[in-house]
Design a protein around this ligand. Structure first.
Ligand code: ATP
Ligand code: MG
Length: 564
């Protein structure tokens, strides 16, 4: 796994080679395939997350790199859990990541007729039977890792009887769970997946696409390998837990003597520290209101990351850096943040924003006077130009940028001391105003008119530089500071993941004071708040109630880890 790469820009065309690309290149070179066809096969039962992004960048990336194509196929074989809301969100997220399936959008349900035909063919070949054992009995008969399974008493039904029963299953004559169609493979196989797996079950549920046409639905492995074949997929790339299913994947294609035989290739799924990625758990977070929705900025979903301000480029860069391997591992969340920061550093406009304001009155600055300072928008990108920032007698600075009794080596403002205001003047603190409770409510300072532009004729040094916002011009805004949703690196290991939630995962600050230029920032706009981090206008932000989300702070903890 390659985890370095701090020096290259996120857009640099670095093409890592991995074992899957080696297989693809080999197959193209040998003439086994003339072009590569991959697919991304989400089940529309939840929103896509960062783990899916790894699979998407791999599948679409390989297709693009070798001039092939990648299908978007919805694995919609379980009507009970699936919904069009998920279909729509998945499409939006894949597009947002920067990938395009063109006209190749498919649904496993498009193939229900064909899959049914294949099942009938298996029955006719004596390779499938209708089993009346209950689900519990089937489990019991399946055996254990050390003991072979036992054949079902219904295993030797005649072809005619099986055809009849399967047809009656299809017609809805039996209740859910009353029977299943199973393949006849090998009840003694050391691989459980081959101990006569079910291929059709009864589900009396309406399907979001086929409505009530079917009350029997194909099982995942059966539907998946045959859907791949029907679409002419050359390389069926999936995660490692399907390695033991590969013999079954191949078995269906072999016994049905299909015209083509895609190759299943497994890779390690992405795990991230401080993150759960199981859709079951993510759904629980949403349903129980622990987060505000699938797109809560603390969610590892692509919609959550988008709302938080992550860029598609940074997520693709992250996927490129983590690479593809056969060994499961957990990636440090700080690597993802590093990629986000690196990309946002290059592209976001700098602005001044005071999150916890402290009022400063500049007593020797003329009342009513306003001047404007020219501020650069992005030191990383001169083409980004400059903007004008208003300055006046009353400004806000960060509460943290003042200490009445400064500790040693304090480089910010304190009584009698002088600091530089970014883009503006030097100010000295003359007086501290407090309320009845002794809290500092205002500072009275004086400025040096000769320090305009950041230095004085006498070359005097100041302690430090603070950002500020002119009080009468400031835009009032809500700012949401996000942290990990979980307080422990491995929340999935907890018996109940709700016990390891991070109580400080969201801090809402009201009455933040922002540069007036931020008024009207459209949702999704990204900024660097000087000295604070990267922020993004929230999807729900409005002109009358602007809201900004902290995407990521400035401190790069990954760089520190990588240097060790
Ligand atoms: P869950 O187990 O939470 O239901 P899933 O893997 O079943 O998730 P799918 O919708 O079936 O979700 O996934 C679509 C594709 O994305 C599959 O090919 C799957 O292997 C891949 N995928 C899912 N999670 C990850 C992950 N963490 N890392 C890499 N690929 C993943
Ligand atoms: Mg799945």
């Amino acid at each position: 796994m390659s985890t370095s790469g701090t020096s290259s820009s996120p857009t640099a065309p670095s093409v890592p080679t991995d074992f899957i690309r080696e297989i693809v290149e080999g197959d193209l070179a040998s003439g086994k395939h003339h072009s590569v066809v991959t697919r991304f096969p989400p089940e529309p039962n939840g929103y896509l997350h960062i783990g899916h992004a790894k699979s998407i960048t791999l599948n679409f990336g390989i297709a693009a790199q070798y001039g092939g194509r990648c299908h978007l196929r919805f694995d919609d074989t379980n009507p009970a859990k699936e919904d069009v809301e998920y279909v729509d969100s998945i499409q939006e997220d894949v597009r947002w990541l920067g990938f395009d399936w063109g006209e190749h959008r498919y649904f496993a349900s498009d193939y229900f007729d064909q899959l049914h035909q294949f099942a009938v063919q298996l029955i006719k070949s004596g390779l499938a039977y209708v089993d009346d054992l209950s689900p519990e009995q089937i489990r019991e008969f399946r055996g254990t890792p050390t003991e072979p399974g036992r054949p079902s008493p219904f295993r030797d039904r005649s072809v005619a009887e099986n055809l009849d029963l399967f047809e009656r299953m299809r017609k809805g004559e039996f209740d859910e769970g009353a029977c299943v169609l199973r393949t006849k493979i090998d009840m003694a196989s050391p691989n459980f997946n081959l101990r006569d797996p079910a291929i059709y079950r009864i589900k009396k549920a309406s399907h979001h696409r086929t409505g009530d046409k079917w009350c029997i639905y194909p099982m995942y492995d059966f539907a998946h390998s045959l859907s791949d074949m029907i679409e002419g997929i050359t390389h069926s790339i999936c995660t490692l837990e399907f390695e033991d299913h590969r013999p079954l994947y191949d078995w269906y294609l072999d016994v049905l003597k299909t015209p083509s035989h895609p190759q299943q290739v497994e890779f390690a799924r992405l795990g991230l520290t401080y993150t759960v990625m199981s859709k079951r758990l993510l759904l629980q977070l949403v349903r129980e209101g622990i987060v505000s929705g699938w797109d809560d900025p603390r969610m590892p979903t692509l919609s959550g990351m988008r709302r938080r301000g992550y860029t598609p480029q940074s997520i693709r860069r992250f996927c490129e850096l983590i690479g593809v391997s056969k060994a499961n591992s957990v990636v440090d969340f700080s690597l993802l943040e590093h990629c986000v920061r690196e990309d946002l550093n290059a592209r976001s406009q700098r602005v001044m924003a005071v999150l916890r304001p402290l009022k400063v009155v500049i007593t020797n600055y003329p009342e009513g006077q306003v001047e404007e300072f020219e501020a650069e928008n992005n030191p990383e990108d001169p083409a980004a130009g400059t903007r004008k920032v208003p300055f006046s007698r009353e400004i806000f600075i960060e509460q943290d940028d003042f200490a009445e009794n400064p500790p040693p080596k304090y480089f910010r403002l304190s009584p009698g001391k002088e600091i530089r205001l970014k883009h503006a003047y030097y100010i000295r603190c003359d007086e501290v105003v407090k309320d009845a409770a002794g809290r500092v409510t205002e500072l009275r300072c004086s400025y040096d008119p000769q320090s305009r532009g950041g230095s004085t004729p006498d070359g005097r040094k100041v302690l430090g530089t603070s950002h500020w916002v002119s009080a009468p011009h400031a835009l009032d805004a809500e700012v949401r500071l996000y942290d990990h949703l979980f307080g422990v690196p491995d929340p999935g290991a907890a018996d109940d993941f709700k016990t390891v939630l991070n109580p400080g995962s969201l801090e809402v600050l009201d009455g933040c004071k922002l540069e007036p230029g931020l008024a009207g920032a459209v949702p999704g706009s990204r900024f660097q708040f000087l000295r604070q981090g990267y922020f993004c206008t929230d999807a729900g932000s409005t002109g009358s109630h602007p809201v900004f989300n902290r995407t990521v702070g400035l401190k790069d903890t990954w760089a520190k880890i990588a240097r060790k």
